[in-house]
Ligand binder design. Structure first.
Ligand SMILES: C[S@@+](CC[C@H](N)C(=O)[O-])C[C@H]1O[C@@H](n2cnc3c(N)ncnc32)[C@H](O)[C@@H]1O
Length: 259
């Protein structure tokens, strides 16, 4: 008998900006779109939206753009579980969510250094969520050494079994992927770019205002889901532009002075 497939409601490994809290609204909104369409997740991040579409529409073609190489983290989940299990052991007597004493920190740093030497791979994002203050992330052992550690380690291991099943995984800039699909029939784009005015510290590129505005071009004449936050000013900006058109650049002919 075939066992029931697990549907993830959260990304299997920590990922800042994953759309966990949006799924409640996303799932009913999906009903307005075809179960056999092609869904292109331009800013795939953890792949949670791609996974959700495939889980609800098994016959849909779903393209997950893994720009950050989240796959590598998933592939190494076994090593990460071993490392985190050892850290959990080291922290046995340390109170939960409290600062880790210096001598215990030293033991943890030694264990992480050993992992780097032995396996050549450490998932610093997952490690950060286990031993750093909420929302704080490091990318290397050197950075970790400078931080105060906290005992936020999970009691169980991570599991990603079946998470990417049925997805077509690519890794490229969203602009290239968009061009590839924009003229094909029955395509729905999932558009979840890094937010304006929020921390994008764990992503691999830095986004300027122009980058945020460029994304809006993929919405022109296409079927899409656009995700944004009430901390982002992009909708407000678009509404402002709508009321002030025709626009010209008020800075034309200006002299630039920067301090
Ligand atoms: C808000 S996150 C997406 C989160 C995702 N929907 C989830 O649920 O996990 C935005 C993602 O866009 C990625 N990104 C940044 N620049 C990109 C580009 N030029 N093309 C594609 N993705 C990009 C970031 O690295 C980040 O993973």
């Amino acid at each position: 008998m075939e066992s029931k497939k697990k549907i993830f409601t959260t990304a299997p490994l920590p990922f800042m900006g994953q759309k966990r809290k949006f799924l409640k609204q996303f799932k009913p909104a999906l009903k307005g779109y075809s179960p056999t369409a092609t869904y292109v997740d331009l800013f795939g991040g953890s792949g949670l939206l791609s996974h959700t579409v495939k889980a609800h529409y098994p016959d849909a073609k779903v393209i997950y753009n893994d720009f950050d190489n989240y796959r590598e983290r998933l592939l190494n989940i076994g090593k990460t579980n071993v490392l985190i299990a050892d850290i959990r052991q080291i922290l046995t007597d340390a109170p939960k969510d409290k600062k880790v004493p210096e001598n215990v920190k030293k033991t943890i740093l030694e264990r992480v250094a050993q992992e780097e030497n032995k396996t050549g791979y450490v998932d610093y994002v997952t490690l950060s969520s286990s031993i750093l203050f909420s929302m704080k992330y490091v990318q290397s052992l050197e950075q970790l050494k400078k931080e105060t550690l906290y005992n936020c380690v999970r009691q169980s291991g991570y599991d990603a079994t079946g998470y990417l099943d049925g997805l077509e995984v690519v890794s490229k800039c969203y602009k290239e992927l968009f061009l590839q699909y924009k003229d094909l029939p029955d395509v729905v784009f999932l558009v979840d770019p890094p937010y304006l005015s929020t921390d994008v510290g764990t992503y691999k590129s830095y986004w300027k205002l122009k980058d945020y505005l460029d994304v809006l071009q993929v919405l022109d004449g296409t079927k899409y889901f656009y995700f944004t936050s009430n901390k982002s000013s992009i909708i407000e900006l678009c509404e402002w532009i709508e009321t002030k058109t025709p626009m010209s650049n008020p800075f034309n002919g200006h002299n630039e002075c920067y301090s």
